[in-house]
Design a binder for this molecule. Structure first.
Ligand code: IMP
Ligand code: MG
Length: 198
């Protein structure tokens, strides 16, 4: 079992995780979400944007962000899955759940948990732009900027982080750890250590 800063990590963590450490505390997340909401309030004044959460990773960020906003807005979700299980080189994804709101002529704000290569979001962005929204902006809580493989305009970024794998606040490793209140960085065992510890 992993003892990580007293967090509720669970009894049977996968054995390839060596350690977890808090990268961004719940308190810093709360403050930053307030700041992002204030910026979005100002930029979308006089509009009623549709917030589109990309499931599942963004559900906690979206829940906090929408409650920090004062502009009227709608909330909708899209669920996407990668073909095969990996991300395709084009970022093409399978649409598991489409929007229930029509976004043509509306202001839209995509709400994402983390952007890595940027391929998934570039694909979603093209898909949504084809529906001719009045305006389309992106807010991501986390940005692994150095990993970007495509040019992507991102209007709002919570935190720029390094290339390490993070979990918590909605983000998962194989569907685990979404409930952790902080963003935690995982330190994974390398293959040699895994064979010796097996
Ligand atoms: P990309 O930008 O197309 O490479 O993929 C971004 C997606 O990969 C995110 O929406 C997450 O689902 C996932 N992802 C990337 N990095 C992490 C991480 O550190 N923790 C959890 N999920 C991640
Ligand atoms: Mg995601």
């Amino acid at each position: 079992m992993i003892e990580s800063d007293g967090l509720r990590v669970g009894r049977s963590a996968p054995d390839h995780i060596r350690q977890m450490r808090v990268l961004i505390s719940a308190e810093r997340l709360r403050q930053r979400v307030e700041e992002l909401a204030a910026q979005i309030d100002a930029d979308f004044k006089d509009e009623t944007p549709v917030l589109i959460g990309l499931l599942k990773g963004s559900f906690i960020f979206l829940a906090d962000l929408c409650r920090a906003l004062t502009v009227p807005h709608l909330v909708d979700f899209m669920a996407i899955g990668a073909y095969g299980g990996g991300t395709s080189p084009s970022g093409a994804v399978r649409l598991l759940k489409d929007l229930s709101v029509n976004i043509t002529g509306r202001s839209v704000l995509i709400v994402e948990d983390i952007i890595d290569s940027g391929l998934t979001l570039a694909y979603i962005r093209r898909l949504l732009l084809a529906r001719q929204p009045k305006r389309l902006a992106i807010v991501t809580l986390l940005d692994k900027k150095e990993r970007r493989q495509t040019d992507l305009p991102i209007e709002y970024v919570g935190f720029e982080i390094g290339a390490g794998f993070v979990v918590g606040y909605g983000l998962d490793l194989a569907e685990r750890y979404r409930h952790l209140p902080d963003i935690n960085e995982l330190e994974l065992l390398d293959e040699e250590e895994m064979t010796t510890s097996a």
